[in-house]
Design a protein around this ligand. Structure first.
Ligand code: SR1
Ligand code: MG
Length: 390
């Protein structure tokens, strides 16, 4: 079915649509609720007698700001195509797509409501013992499989051309890489942090590092990234992990996705009492171990690069990915603290002084990761530096 023009769905029209598509019988009584709590989209949860689905629709503006921030509907198509590719390379960790419509900007997919958004669970004290292993496999497989090494440069460039995503990249370039370092209108921070924030605006060395990392984001095209892999983009349980929402997908630097996952884990650690932080630290070590192991396995199994067996090449590449990821991780911690889009882990700390202290730690540790990224070479060293910064 194609519709020539966009219309935003309501709970009623979402139900009509899934019936019209034959996903449910016309006569079936369905319940439908809009459950989207992200920054950009509508998410309808439709439940029938024997099955349920999710209908996700992109809005022509950023929900987090309102209609004054228009946003391309093209992102729904990017998300749908990214989900299908991620489903090919990491099927265990990707929701199934049943239907998509470019004009309506919708994707109808597997209902994951038996799982919980990992950010919510982590805030409520869940540890999700397999989340880091699964996410490490997801990142290594999706990145390696869409890189020059797996696809060869010609095929990769053809795919890269179809994932340009300029508007969503512009959001990241502004909100993550630029605005927090200037007195920009998009910034949003508590008055109690003003002197810490002004220090960032005056920190020329930090700004130079941010500029270098931004350039890497602007110019590298290593692999098809998820592009927004924070803990709110993961559904989890004790046994299962599903990575959702790849609307920011584009060809970017290898280190970006793992950086966002680990930054959001560190910010969750800041929200926990000391006695509950170890499982989060263990996730940071595990995701790096698994990423390195899986990337190495795929590299050795199938590689189109003539230099693949050249002594030292893989080792150098993994070290380079770690260095850039450490910098991206620090930038994500800074922007989630003082930029437009915050995290509930920090904002949800009820006591004002404790919350401000946690946010100060997020800024100072984040800045250290950015500036000293070349000095770290293992996840354990990152955890040690984090502890030193507490
Ligand atoms: C206007 S969108 C704000 C943030 O939400 C998304 O999840 C991305 O992280 C983006 O930076
Ligand atoms: Mg999202």
């Amino acid at each position: 079915m194609t519709m020539s023009s966009y219309e935003s769905l309501t709970t009623e029209s979402a139900v009509s649509l899934v019936k019209k598509l034959g996903l449910f019988a016309q006569s079936e009584s369905l319940s439908c609720q809009e459950i989207g709590d992200g920054n950009l989209n509508y998410v309808f949860h439709i439940i029938g007698k024997e099955k349920s689905v999710i209908v996700k629709q992109a809005l022509p503006y950023a929900k987090v700001v309102g209609e004054s921030w228009p946003l391309t509907l093209e992102r729904a198509d990017i998300e749908n195509r990214a989900l299908r590719l991620q489903g090919k390379y990491a099927p265990d960790y990707t929701p199934k797509v049943y239907y998509s419509d470019k004009d309506l900007a919708i994707t109808i997919m597997e209902d994951l409501s038996h799982l919980e958004i990992a950010r919510t669970g982590l805030i409520n004290g869940e540890d999700y013992p397999l989340i880091a292993e699964h996410t490490g496999e997801f990142i290594a497989r999706t990145l390696y499989s869409t890189s020059d090494f797996a696809m060869g440069p010609q095929e990769k460039k053809k795919l890269q051309n179809t994932f340009c995503n300029p508007e969503l990249c512009d959001i990241t370039e502004g909100l993550v890489f630029t605005d927090p370092f200037f007195d920009a209108d998009t910034n949003d921070f508590e008055e109690g942090l003003r002197s810490d924030v002004e220090k960032i605006w005056q920190d020329t060395a930090l700004k130079l590092h941010a500029a270098q990392l931004k350039r890497l984001f602007l110019t590298s095209g290593d692999a098809l990234l998820h592009g927004d892999l924070h803990t709110g983009s993961i559904f989890a349980s004790a046994r299962e992990t599903k990575v959702i929402d790849p609307e920011f997908a584009f060809y970017g630097p290898f280190g970006f996705d793992i950086a966002h996952f680990t930054a959001n884990l560190f910010m969750n650690a800041l929200s926990r009492p000391e006695s509950r932080r170890e499982p989060v630290y263990a996730h940071i070590a595990t995701v790096w171990d698994v990423f390195n192991r899986e990337f190495t396995r795929l590299w050795k199994e199938d590689n189109k690069e003539a230099f693949a067996r050249t002594e030292g090449y893989l080792k150098w590449l993994l070290a380079d990915i770690f260095e850039q990821a450490t910098g991206f991780m620090g930038l994500e911690m800074i922007r989630r603290t003082i930029g437009l889009a915050h995290v509930k882990d920090l904002d949800g700390i009820a006591d004002t002084e404790t919350r401000l202290e946690a946010k100060r730690r997020s800024l100072s540790i984040g800045a250290r990761f950015v500036k000293e990224r070349r000095q770290f070479s293992t996840a354990d060293e990152l955890v040690e530096a984090f502890k030193e910064g507490l």
